[in-house]
Design a protein around this ligand. Sequence first.
Ligand SMILES: C[S@@+](CC[C@H](N)C(=O)[O-])C[C@H]1O[C@@H](n2cnc3c(N)ncnc32)[C@H](O)[C@@H]1O
Length: 275
Amino acid sequence: MNHTVTRALAAAPLDPVDARALLRHALGVDAAYLIAHAGQTLTDVQGALFSALVARRRAGEPVAYIVGAREFFGLEFKVTPAVLIPRPETELLVEFALERIAPERACRVLDLGAGSGCVAVSIAKHRPLARVVAVDRSTAALAVARDNVRQHAVTNLELLESDWFDALAGQQFDVIVANPPYVAADDPHLRQGDLRFEPAAALAAGTDGLDCIRLISAAAPQYLSGGGWLVYEHGYDQAARCRELLTQAGFSEVFSRADLAGIARVSGGQWCARS
Ligand SMILES: C[S@@+](CC[C@H](N)C(=O)[O-])C[C@H]1O[C@@H](n2cnc3c(N)ncnc32)[C@H](O)[C@@H]1O
């Protein structure tokens, strides 16, 4: 006798949120369908598929990689193991950029380390007059980002393969956002939980985790127009050091902003060209 939707969910040895996401994926339905069809009996094929997905999750594979998607800033993004799984705290970067870009203003935005493209696509979608450039060094990540650009029908976003600013000589931007790798290379968290499955090149950045942030803080002024802003995400304990790096690089209005848990997760500053 096969399980009903309710029974299959209750019997799955998983966090209930994960179990629902996997069952939705196995059945090819949305959340509302699961609620409305709680008494529906799974077919043999559906039951077997759900069991296989549950086994993968039990083995540690992140739900986002199993179902191939993750929601970010109200949009659904394709994700594969070639890209970081978009995180809720990264939405702070998008919020900051949208605050700085009036909807009726044409301006230039740069996203460093595009990954799935979640940050750049969200900004481009909400600010159709902005020209957004997003770079990544990973060809595989850019292929995923390209799919997401297509999926969201964004036409004001250009993706470039580049080692940070290398392909951007002579270009200037009004806002630069970045979610660079910022985990210390020997941090034990890299060998735990979901991080084990994510690309190391998206996470680790030298002995103190600040290699990329140091480089970006120092190089960004060359690519910012006068009055332009740089803002980047960093680790939960890196805010003070990031503000120092921004100040050393000559930024003013240096700030940090906290996530919903009250932890400073992004820092930035304004570039006012020196005379
Ligand atoms: C933490 S992930 C952020 C991905 C995406 N922006 C997000 O927030 O989900 C960092 C990204 O930076 C890229 N990256 C790492 N080193 C880079 C470099 N030297 N130049 C350009 N991109 C780089 C990685 O490939 C990865 O996609």
